[in-house]
Design a protein around this ligand. Structure first.
Ligand SMILES: NC(=O)c1ccc[n+]([C@@H]2O[C@H](COP(=O)([O-])OP(=O)(O)OC[C@H]3O[C@@H](n4cnc5c(N)ncnc54)[C@H](OP(=O)(O)O)[C@@H]3O)[C@@H](O)[C@H]2O)c1
Length: 340
């Protein structure tokens, strides 16, 4: 049995659900994988940086909403992230803070600090992938640790691990897909008669919208996912700012309903294609014929179709994932890291 001290950076939807999932799978982790765990660090902007090297009591932890509650759980407040990692004797950092499209900070610095300290780093946050993938990957290799990020695109569906572990020596020529749940929920709700604001509130209630929902509706979240995929599975440097991007803000309810009635529904479509010199990439609303599998993807579902040199069309669809799907990606990354 190997025991791991887990540190949670960001204590919102994703990391709180991860704690629930770890609890649900605790017996299986022990019996099947020989993995024991305890949460020794929790941090967020408002809560501060809290450590308890003996492990926080989990029933109390899931109820905490204020920093005073951590003191009651025998937490020690740490002034700096590096002190926090040390006080928590961190083995694994689960980074799930809000997306910073411009430069991926401060998540990039936090992941770098964890790897330099000697912990594995697992993130659900796309920012560090598009802004520092190569640096963090190389640092992890140098330190003999894992830097994993399965939950960043299509929740916990295996995409990065699919290419890393099961499709060696394959060339990805391009891909297309629907990768942003919030805009898909909004478009589906608008087709059903809701106005834009009510449709957005529906996505926020489901917990799928970014902390700042303008990232979703202006197409930034989708552009960041495209850039993450291009960087990792196509091996080409591309920033979100390089993606030809248009969001869904300019679409009216009438246009969306008319398009659906005509059998050509609007979808926020992501595309990337290898060219002779680099990769061209776009995110924009497109009307799709009902014969296109992307047209059938509604609500929080998503789809991606890869074009590779071996498989001309390799399609992965994910139907109505919840937060457990995202947390599962992090759990799967943890089991993978723990096994090395
Ligand atoms: N929700 C999903 O379905 C989903 C799916 C895949 C990936 N993701 C990604 O996972 C990440 C977290 O999503 P979420 O839904 O859990 O968001 P959330 O509920 O808004 O939680 C974000 C957490 O990050 C903390 N945070 C933000 N900036 C910080 C900073 N500079 N330093 C320390 N803590 C900071 C927040 O702290 P305070 O509350 O104290 O401000 C909060 O605890 C995002 O990057 C998102 O893109 C989410």
């Amino acid at each position: 049995m190997k025991s791991f001290n887990l540190c949670l950076l960001g204590f919102g939807n994703v990391n709180r659900t991860l704690v629930e999932l770890l609890r649900l799978k605790s017996a299986e982790l022990k019996e099947r994988y020989g993995i024991a765990w305890r949460v020794t660090g929790v941090a967020s902007r408002r809560l501060g940086w809290w450590a308890n090297a003996d492990g926080f009591e989990i029933d109390g932890l899931v109820k905490t909403r204020s920093s005073s509650a951590f003191a009651e759980l025998s937490g020690q407040e740490c002034p700096l992230p590096t002190d926090w990692l040390r006080a928590a004797h961190a083995d694994v950092l689960f980074e799930a803070t809000s997306l910073n499209v411009e430069n991926g900070q401060p998540a990039v610095d936090h992941i770098r600090a964890a790897l330099e300290y000697g912990a594995h780093a697992i993130t659900a946050n796309k920012g560090p992938i598009v802004h520092a993938y190569r640096e963090l990957r190389d640092l992890a290799t140098e330190r003999g640790k894992q830097f994993l990020f399965e939950s960043t695109v299509m929740d916990g569906i295996p995409i990065f691990s699919l290419f890393r572990n099961t499709l060696p020596a394959i060339e990805v020529k391009g891909f297309k897909g629907i990768l942003n749940s919030t805009t898909n929920v909004i478009l589906t709700a608008m087709e059903q008669g809701l106005g834009f604001d009510d449709a957005l509130r529906q996505a926020q209630r489901l917990g799928v919208a970014e902390t700042d929902a303008t990232y979703d509706i202006e197409g930034w979240d989708a552009a960041v996912k495209v850039a993450a995929l291009v960087n990792v599975v196509m091996g080409v440097r591309l920033l979100p700012q390089d993606v030809n991007r248009q969001g869904i803000c300019q679409l009216t309810g009438e246009e969306v309903r008319a398009a659906r009635a005509a059998g050509q529904p609007y979808k926020l479509v992501c595309r990337a294609q290898r060219t002779t010199v680099a990769v061209s990439a776009s995110v924009r609303p497109e009307q799709l014929p009902l014969t296109d599998p992307m047209a059938l993807v509604t609500g929080t579902s998503s789809i991606i179709q890869f074009e590779t040199d071996i498989f001309p069309k390799l399609t992965i669809t994910e139907e109505n994932p919840g937060l457990y799907a995202t947390a599962y990606g992090m759990l799967a990354d943890f089991i993978h890291a723990a096994g090395l």
